[in-house]
Ligand binder design. Sequence first.
Ligand code: ZN
Ligand code: ZN
Length: 324
Amino acid sequence: MNPFHNDPTDYIAYIFFMDKTHYSPDAYHQMKMELTERNFNFDNLNQKAYIRLVIKDLFPGWEKQVRKMFAALIAHGWTFQQPLDYKESWGRLIFRGFYTDVTLKSEQILNQYIKIFESTCGHCGSRKNVESYGHEYLCNKCILKRLKRMIINKIDPNGFSYFSRTKKHRVLWTEIDNIDWKTDGYDSFAITLNKFSPKEELAKDYHEGDSILFSNESFNLFGLLRNLPAYLLSESQADEINSLCESLEECIICRRKSVLGKMINKKCLVCGTLTEKLENPTETNLKRFGSWQRMIDHKKKRFRWYIQNIAIIRYRYETDSSFK
Ligand SMILES: [Zn+2]
Ligand SMILES: [Zn+2]
């Protein structure tokens, strides 16, 4: 099968025409075959189409700024034969310049707009309180909206509430048939609450909400774990989950009860500190900071910076009641 078979036509057209360096000659040939198969009209690719494809490829909230950038570039003689060179690398969108030689002015315009993009919400286009969030740039309002959907709440002996996409759901424990529990034995956990047995699953159509997955990205995960009814867990699941919940220790940096006390590194799930390294500091680190106390003070200061500047850390610190 053609390796581009599952990609959207616009995307293949975009990389086929503009990105002449990242793929092998063979790959370009396959892109061309795929586009021909889809009756793509090669004559339709012009400046307007190129700009449309770039806009579609970048974050939707940036559209206004991207259009302004192209208007500025065009006003200084740029054409779509000098395509932009950008790609996602290490989870970040990086602008590297242009694929061809351009004027100094074009370089300056791009650099000026990179700064604007990085302070424009990729979702709503707001330019207020924008931070980098994963590989995106989002304003605080949009980040909060996303974080709120990762919260599990109203956890009690009857059940719990959670969000899927934008909808809030109430689930009763009596609706749950069985549980899958996964851990990498380090600092990542996932629990799936299944409403049907594997046999029933096979016999029915898939329906969103039949299986509810939470990971350590979810807020209040440990509150949920502590309230799982015993009858839903196998003996080994109960042992693993109980000993994990009981192993949480207080973090000397953020003061939440969120350190994985029994795991290597003893990572704090709120501030990310590897507390094992603080308890057994290397000579180099002690020398670097002057003393153990000064090393701790430095970490605490850095944590205060995180709280102010990184929404997900601030949100977990403030709202995850399972660590309080
Ligand atoms: Zn926004
Ligand atoms: Zn911590």
